[in-house]
Design a protein around this ligand. Sequence first.
Ligand code: SF4
Length: 705
Amino acid sequence: DLAPLPEPVRTTCPYCGVGCGVLARPDGAGGAGIEGDPEHPANFGRLCSKGSALGETLGLDDRVLHPTIAGARVTWDHALDTVAERFRRVAEAHGPDAVAFYLSGQLLTEDYYVANKLAKGFIGTPHVDTNSRLCMSSSVAAHRRAFGSDTVPGCYEDLDQADLVVLVGSNAAWCHPILFRRMLDARAKRGTRIVTIDPRRTQTGEEADLFLGLKPGTDAALFSGLLVHLAETGAVDERYVAAHTAGFEAALERARAIAPDSAATAALTGLAEADVRHFFELVRTTPRVVTAFSQGVNQSAQGTDKANAIINCHLATGRIGKPGMGPFSLTGQPNAMGGREVGGLANMLAAHMHFAPEEVDLVRRFWGAPRIITGEGLKAVSLFEAIERGRIKALWVMGTNPAVSMPRADRVRAAMRSLDTLVIAEAVATTDTVRVREDAIVLPALAWGEKDGTVTNSERRISRQRPFLKAPGEARADWWMLAQVGRRLGFAKEFAWPNAAAVFREHAALSGFENAGSRDFDLSGLADITDAAYAGQRPVQWPLPRRTRTSEARLFANGGFFTRDRRARFVAVQKPALADPTSAAFPFRLNTGRVRDHWHTLTRTGKSPRLSAHRAVPFVEVHPDDAARAGLREGDLARVRTPYGAAVLEVMVTPGVQPGVLFAPMHWSEATASAGRVGALAQGAVDPVSGQPELKATPAAIAPE
Ligand code: SF4
């Protein structure tokens, strides 16, 4: 009993974008003891319920252990030869853009980098998108419109140093728990007030000093009204606006047209005018304000405008990039940010570059890429529609489960069945996507605890995921599989990395290649990192350029935006309107989201009885008045229908949802609860700027089952 504990391996939690540091002590039998890393600056030793239960999710049940084609075990060589040959054949017959990749915010940056390079530089297809499209892409688009780059201006310390934290469309108490605890600590220490803005009264709303339960889809009206109020009460930082921004007057004029005063704001949002005025005054009188926003803002057909309406208020007051101040996008997934860094979205090229001719030329020369693409590819929803139409013939899915998580998931399943070739790199053998067709090529991927690479959290901090378990069966790293296919397509030299460290060095070097400060993402300070230094690399924030070799925790306090004139842009946002009206047949709005103790489609958290006990079955929250009218009681089964699908869910009666609104979590799949899939119900109308689908307001009906 007194034997010394084994040395812990420092790694990073694989769940949310907080990116907590974890100490894992392998037990030699395939398991590990898990603790928070006291030295990691995201969590200082704390873990939430999901992170602390990681040790319960490490079993090898249900793993993909060998490559298979049409269910038959094959060698790695045969599987990789087949993938390369099928992709080559499709590209020759239908053009390289008949090949597509659908990636994941669960992948490591090194995996993402190699997928992006293979597709965009060497196969010559622009169709590389990711489940981050469903998560963060409206924030990305809003950052780009405002700052000229996808830069989160602040850091987690701002939450410790703010006097007012405004949470918009975020149930941080459940979805970013360790950051929420930092906010509660700040309240205890310095009296920080917390405002929660959300149509649903979540745990985060319960704990707020002020809860604003606005009507679904009206966030931009509230922040338009706030911008008007700030302008009319002398709270605008005239010096900052004049020196570092453009477009203020046009944005203000539009805001006035939407919400000219607190009464109009209250009418649009359904809030009490006194609450609106209280909120406006709190913001006006509190210099240190952080506005943190998440999926309630992003997962909307007007998500980009919502985020820009928030950013407008911070630019107008000059409250950006200073201690305790700034707009703060809370990333959903563990490596949504890392995927953005390498270009793993269809509208990016690489290293935060897009498709200006000089950027395409720069990346072409750096990669030595013969087939570099010159324009954007299809974003997730359009990508699966192109598969449905037969335009895309071959798809490689990595580390994600679109048969469950995509809106209109039934159509997505049918589309995948129509492909010429479906390649799935997966750790879990029984996901709905793996089972979508019998002839898929399934490649065994490493899981958390086996992978080696980096992830980037919401504050631009890059941390290592380190292996502490033996790779099971023949499982291999995603970047390795991709590189092997690249080599088989004739690019041996360009895909010759010996390890993840070498991939990381190339990625860091590209970020600094001919970058004299004109691009925000610069990690060239790590471009010559040795294998040993990579192995021991501590968490570090970007930018980290070679010329200074120092990180920056905050940006833009003194301007220096990444637009051509170095000025930020105010955005004149559209008047809020939901994409699809309710009707007599579908009178409710269906909101989807997460629960505290589950993650994505349950492939990991579903293994922990402790986590599953929190919410054991798929359910729907219904307001008491609606439940009474529909003849539904707590615990009944109800059928929820939308124009796109139906699910049977257990009724939870709660005043936390507004009358006329239903809420159902998105975690359950055919593999875990055949009738409880909610992704099939979502409408998925896309934001015109970001392409992110609406997952929060689908017209719906409910009736007893
Ligand atoms: Fe993991 Fe997020 Fe929980 Fe931290 S807050 S332990 S990153 S799930």
